[in-house]
Design a binder for this molecule. Structure first.
Ligand code: ADP
Ligand code: MG
Ligand code: MG
Length: 301
């Protein structure tokens, strides 16, 4: 369980005189919740996703992004250092290790690596980085007699070393069953050329394997035919239902929200969240577009 808290986040393109894109974003996404982030082209949605993940093309000029871990592993005696993380202080891979997922593109030039090996490597990298982060935190706390815990908060495979081939096969099989994916998928080579729809399914599979606290899915619905849209949507729902992943679903269109029903809907305009509501807000946007939101915002400003 975790909560991602974004407060007054401001960011610009990371070059001299780079354009300011995010102008004070406030947003909170918790495990188990599905948020839809909508808004016209160029409003800053993808930039927000990339800034959360730590993309070097952007420079944060104000505000904060924190991840608060909760739940059984993170009991009341856990020192704040290990429970509250300033994500802006961390590298992209460290953010991922703490449970932030942003779908990534496969580097097409990698030769001779299968999906299954790629995914196992990604999982082991995450587990190792995560253990390192928690160990670093513990070392800093060593002088504190009242720290109140003795063992590492991370238990399971990472403590005994990495997830082996056989064990990973089992994990993969289980996840692919949940996602209703064809087993052959995993034995394919990364450079074999996945279709657009298959790439989107890969993204969901990655998130199922890595079990993030929060998954940011940027236009995962774009260019999908109706069958594939349904498959991908079922997968996203399974991420939430089976592993409690909180979803930040970025989309330009209302269509996917018929299949992945959001608990919250936000509209981004000019680098800010201009309006938030429930699922009914998405329907209103579908019918009436974004102009009325713009008018509302600038009338009251
Ligand atoms: P959205 O995803 O809502 O369509 P983006 O976040 O992609 O919007 O882009 C918001 C604005 O910032 C656009 O005007 C875009 O051209 C600009 N922008 C985003 N990234 C960069 C970049 N790396 N360099 C220059 N301009 C950028
Ligand atoms: Mg975008
Ligand atoms: Mg490290």
């Amino acid at each position: 369980m975790a909560t991602l808290k974004i407060e007054n986040l401001q960011a610009k393109v990371a070059e001299d005189g780079g354009e300011t894109i995010l102008r004070g974003v406030d947003l909170e996404v918790a495990s188990n919740d599905i948020h839809a982030l909508m808004g016209p082209n160029g409003s800053g949605k993808s930039t927000l996703a990339k800034v959360i993940a730590g993309h070097p093309a952007y420079e944060v000029t104000g505000g904060s992004v924190t991840l608060e871990l909760e739940g059984d592993e993170f009991d009341e005696e856990m020192p704040d250092d290990l429970r509250e993380w300033d994500l802006l202080d961390l590298e992209p891979n460290e953010r991922a290790a703490l449970g932030i997922f942003l779908g990534f593109q496969y580097p097409a030039e990698i030769e001779g690596i299968t999906m299954v090996n790629f995914l196992r490597t990604a999982l082991n990298a995450k587990l190792e980085e995560r253990e390192e982060l928690f160990e670093e935190g513990e070392e800093e706390e060593e002088d504190d007699e009242d720290a109140g815990y003795e063992t590492s908060p991370m238990e399971g495979p990472a403590d005994e070393g990495e997830v082996g081939v056989a064990e990973f096969q089992e994990i993969l099989q289980e996840k692919m069953e949940v996602l209703d994916m064809d087993e052959k998928f995993a034995s394919r080579y990364l450079n074999a050329g996945f279709s657009g729809g298959e790439k989107k399914q890969n993204e969901v599979l990655q998130a199922a394997i890595l079990e993030p606290e929060i998954a940011v899915l940027d236009e995962i619905d774009s260019g999908l035919d109706i069958d594939r849209l349904q498959d991908v949507s079922n997968g996203i729902n399974a991420l939430r239902d089976e592993q409690g992943t909180g979803i930040l679903q970025i989309t330009h269109y209302q269509r996917i929200l018929d299949y992945v029903e959001p608990d919250y809907v936000h509209v981004m305009l000019d680098g800010k969240i201009a309006k938030s509501g429930g699922a009914e807000l998405a329907e209103q946007l579908e019918d009436d577009g974004y102009d009325w939101v713009r008018e509302e915002v600038y009338e009251t400003a």
